[in-house]
Design a protein around this ligand. Structure first.
Ligand code: AMP
Length: 207
């Protein structure tokens, strides 16, 4: 089962990818997460890419394609994978299909208003990476329910950067959707509502 999930920032791609990954026992791959980890480790790639993502701009295709290609060679991808937040350009989509098979592309759609509200209110745990949103806040403000770790806001989740991320998303998404639709791979899922309901919708569409 080789899957892709795309959608605007805040559509719930990360949360739904984790559920899909557990349910189908496939690897969860988020190039955005890999970029943040590389930056934390201060690798050359991590430092180069940070210049782009910090302001909400896309990281160059070739850099992302290299990361994805390398990651797909790892053992845990043998049974399949869910790619979260990739591709973000038509070029990435076209080049990806030259080196990988693909079963379905899930488009998780939500209105911009919800996107902005979710993202600017999103907080991540610095210890265990748990994610909280205005819809599911932590019990104690700024503290993780699971491990008592300190919560922080992602650098690119500020209102100004989110608006730029959304602008870029709308500018680039249509050719990608047309491409996957043409390949008969695209399924559209409404991303509004609670996590369980959205996951149910996804499972129905993947059957
Ligand atoms: P994400 O965690 O998926 O929201 O990604 C965070 C940031 O990483 C994005 O705003 C982009 O700057 C960069 N990024 C992640 N995936 C891609 C991609 N497929 N192509 C280009 N840039 C990406």
């Amino acid at each position: 089962m080789n899957l892709i999930i795309i959608g605007p920032p805040g559509s719930g791609k990360g949360v739904q990818s984790s559920l899909i990954s557990k349910y189908f026992k496939i690897a969860h791959i988020s190039p955005g997460e890999i970029l943040r980890e590389e930056f934390e480790k201060k690798t050359k790639l991590g430092i180069q890419a940070e210049k782009y993502w910090r302001n909400g701009n896309l990281v160059p295709d070739e850099m992302i394609l290299k990361i994805v290609k390398k990651r797909l060679k790892q053992k845990d991808c043998k049974k399949g994978f869910i790619l979260d937040g990739f591709p973000r350009t038509l070029n990435e989509a076209q080049k990806f299909l030259r080196f990988s098979k693909l079963n379905k592309v899930v488009l998780l759609d939500i209105p911009d208003k919800i996107s902005i509200k979710r993202i600017t209110g999103r907080r991540e745990c610095s210890k265990c990476d748990a994610i909280y949103s205005p819809e599911i806040p932590s019990k104690k403000k700024g503290i993780c329910n699971k491990c008592n770790g300190k919560l922080y806001q992602r650098e690119d989740d500020s209102p100004k950067v989110v608006k730029n991320r959304l602008k870029i998303y709308h500018k680039s998404i249509n050719p990608i959707l047309n491409f996957f639709q043409h390949q008969k791979l695209l399924v559209e899922v409404n991303g509004s509502g609670n996590i369980e309901n959205v996951f149910k919708r996804i499972k129905e569409r993947l059957r």
